[in-house]
Design a protein around this ligand. Structure first.
Ligand SMILES: NC(=O)c1ccc[n+]([C@@H]2O[C@H](COP(=O)([O-])OP(=O)(O)OC[C@H]3O[C@@H](n4cnc5c(N)ncnc54)[C@H](OP(=O)(O)O)[C@@H]3O)[C@@H](O)[C@H]2O)c1
Length: 320
């Protein structure tokens, strides 16, 4: 089958032929229609997995997918051949990358049926970004009418988080690079700050003079940059990082730092997919590319500038 894979950590991903996987006991094999790009995909091949566990190369990239179950492994299984499914595989670490024609995943992993009315490409864009957004919103422990500063709000996680927070009457202050006021406003942001226009701290203070109730920082790669954003928080607030920099940050007194880790869940996938099918949650797809262009998609995501999700097309089934 076709796959986008790396031959060593830090090597360039390329299109290769690899054996089609066979489902083991309790697994399903999925014929992939669409995969979506997450920063995690290139972060892994850039070396975050290096030394953690023995890996078999070539390592197939990717984790999010949508497609059809085409084979069932032995034993009990909640799926049937032909089911339209989507989910997040264990990714390259589990030998289950998704930038390829087929993937095998455990039937009790983060996999769910695509509900009627949800486009397969949107389903593929949803798992990592949607689940992260929902779990971040729980982790920051906000009630309605409180304020949430989202740094890096224009990307996959930020676009979903802004909508889910707004649906709970949380006041979202979206910090982005560039003029995204209209787009972030349409997703539900109460205020949008362009951090390239001047000191972010001044703009945040102007948008929320009484202080911010929680921070979800999806962008800052250094403890210092993260701590600077946390300066805007009220005492007792939570400052959450998705980039694993909270533990090392010198946070203002009485601000609690959290390093977020996604905990993939099939139940959460069901809830998110229902919201997306009903139009309550919009998953913005800004780029669609064929499999052979996936290496460019990874480069592009690494450079920045995401305005929603990039979807890799394995088999185009049109909109349904
Ligand atoms: N720990 C976990 O379990 C977990 C789970 C999900 C995601 N994550 C991480 O969370 C991060 C975001 O994920 P994602 O899927 O949303 O990525 P994404 O779709 O690539 O979006 C990232 C966004 O951040 C913006 N950005 C970058 N630097 C910025 C800055 N200094 N100020 C404001 N905006 C900035 C980017 O746009 P510009 O470049 O134009 O600014 C882009 O819109 C990634 O690093 C990802 O690996 C971690």
């Amino acid at each position: 089958m076709r796959a986008i894979a790396v031959s060593t950590f830090r090597s360039d991903p390329s299109l290769v032929e690899v054996p089609k996987p066979e489902p083991g006991p309790g697994e399903v094999r999925i014929r992939i229609e669409y995969a979506s790009v997450n920063p995690h995909d290139w972060q892994l091949t850039d070396g975050t997995l290096d030394g953690l566990a023995p890996q078999t190369f070539p390592l197939v990239v990717g984790a999010d997918y949508a497609g059809r179950v085409d084979m069932i492994g032995s034993g009990d299984n909640r799926f049937r051949v032909g089911d339209h499914v989507f989910g997040r595989s264990g990714g390259p670490a589990a030998g289950a990358g998704t930038y390829c024609d087929y993937v095998c995943v455990p039937q009790d992993s983060a996999i769910a049926l695509v509900p009627r009315g949800l486009d397969s490409r949107i389903a593929a864009a949803l798992p990592s970004a949607g689940m992260a957004a929902a779990q971040i919103l729980e982790a920051v422990e906000l009630r309605g009418h409180e304020s949430l500063l989202v740094v890096g709000a224009a990307g996959g996680v930020g676009s979903c988080l802004t909508q889910l927070a707004k649906a709970r009457d949380v006041r979202v202050i979206a910090a982005v690079r560039g003029n995204e006021r209209s787009r972030m406003g349409s997703l539900g942001a109460a205020a949008t700050i362009d951090v390239t226009e001047g000191p972010a701290a001044d703009a945040i203070r102007a948008a929320c003079p009484d202080g911010i109730d929680a921070l979800a920082d999806l962008a800052s790669a250094s403890p210092e940059a993260f701590a600077a954003h946390a300066e805007a928080l009220r005492p007792g607030a939570i400052a959450l990082s998705t980039r694993a920099v909270a533990a090392a940050a010198r946070l203002p007194g009485r601000v609690r730092g959290i390093d977020f880790r996604l905990d993939p869940s099939p139940v959460l996938l069901d809830v998110l997919a229902a919201g997306a099918a009903d139009g309550i949650l919009r998953v913005p797809v800004d780029i669609e590319l064929p499999l052979e262009k996936a290496p460019q998609a990874l480069d592009r995501n690494r450079t920045g500038g995401a305005r929603g999700k990039t979807v890799i097309v394995l088999r185009d089934h049109g909109h349904r």
